[in-house]
Every structure is written in C-alpha cells, then in structure tokens.
Write a protein that binds this ligand. Structure first.
Ligand code: S3P
Length: 195
C-alpha cells in the first residue's frame, strides 16, 4: 500500500548540531532509509540500530559486495582494483534499491557515482552522517579494513577525499553531525524527524 507521508523536519537545531530541511515532503511509506557519508561516520552501527527500532531489514552494501565477490573489500581492492570494486558496488546499489522498506548503509564512495545516487534517491530518503577529519581518523585508526585509508598519511587522505566528496554528500536529504553524539542519539534524532 502506498501512503503519502509528510515529514515536517525542524529547522536547524543548533543545540544538537543537526540540520534538517524544513517541511520536506517524502512520499511513500515504504521508502527505504539510506545512510551515506564518509568512512567512520557510523553508518553501519547507526543503520543496524535504526533498522532494529523500525523493525526493518538492514542491508550493508559492502557486505553484499563481499558476499558476491567471496572476499573482503580490502582484497577486492588489492587483487582486482578500485574500478572493479566500483562496478560491483553499482550492481549491489541496483539490487538493494529495488527492495522496499529497508535501511541501507552505503559505502562512503557509493553516491559519488551519479547513477548510484539516482537509484538510491528514487528508493527512499538519503541521510548523510558527517564527522570531522579528526573524528574520522580516531574512529578508523588502526583498522586495516579500509584500503583507501591504508596510506602513509591517512589524515591528509581523509581531508582530501572529504573535500572532493562534499558536493555529493551535500545532495543528501538531510545530514547529521555525529562528532559529539552516541549511536543511540543519532538513531533518536533520525527517528524524531520521522514522527
Ligand atoms: C569506501 C568506503 C568503504 C568501502 C570501501 C570504499 C569509500 O565503506 O565501501 O572501502 O570509497 O569511501 P565504509 O564507508 O562503510 O567504510
């Protein structure tokens, strides 16, 4: 059943450092909720928690790629290269976007591709989780699972990639600064905006 759902987002909420667009109309109750944003902004943990609260399935695009390719992301980058990874990512974006009423966590680079952005946008509401380079560095430090940050100067890499990706992340329906929020608080803020 298709229902029209009008979400009245509050204006800029300075106390929580959260920005919502005002009076945004989101149609279709079965819309997916898609979390985008840079590595280390909390998409996976927030997505899982949000899905649990909403009683929806949670889909992690990176997991879909790993299942499809039968190897970890880091090995895909090493053995097959980033362009191959991006093609696999495109395939799973299509697959996940064809589902309804789920929560999707998209890898940090997924929406840089225009077609991926369109597919995801057509399937629901896009929420961007944000964090400062310092926070991202702290959250991702020591983890070898993210090939793009496995470089000599990860801080510089984070800053450069964030700058390059800003215009794409800014296309999200709304965004949340997660630096000073716990997972439950981010989830609460997302849920608050829907009710
Ligand atoms: C990437 C982010 C990663 C993963 C891959 C590339 C990116 O996902 O898709 O390593 O380009 O930012 P997370 O954002 O979930 O870490």
């Amino acid at each position: 059943m298709v229902l029209d759902w009008v979400l009245m987002f509050s204006q800029y909420d300075r106390s929580n450092n959260i920005r919502f667009y005002k009076n945004r109309t989101v149609t279709n109750f079965m819309n997916n909720i898609i979390l985008v944003g840079f590595m280390g902004t909390g998409k996976s943990v927030v997505g899982k928690e949000l899905a649990k609260k909403l009683n929806r399935d949670f889909v992690e695009l990176d997991d879909m790629i790993e299942t499809r390719e039968k190897m970890p992301i880091k090995d895909i980058f090493e053995k097959k290269g980033e362009p191959y990874f991006r093609l696999a990512e495109k395939e799973v974006v299509k697959k996940a976007s064809s589902r309804k009423n789920i929560v999707i966590s998209a890898g940090g680079g997924a929406i840089v591709d225009e077609e991926n952005f369109r597919e995801l946008k057509n399937s629901g509401i896009i929420i961007c989780l944000k964090a400062s380079p310092e926070t991202i560095l702290k959250r991702t430090k020591g983890l070898k699972t993210r090939p793009l940050l496995n470089v000599q100067d990860p801080k510089k890499q984070i800053e450069e990639l964030l700058k390059k990706r800003k215009p794409y992340y800014d296309k999200a329906d709304f965004s949340i600064e997660t630096d000073n929020l716990r997972v439950e608080q981010v989830v609460e803020e997302i849920l608050k905006s829907f009710t």
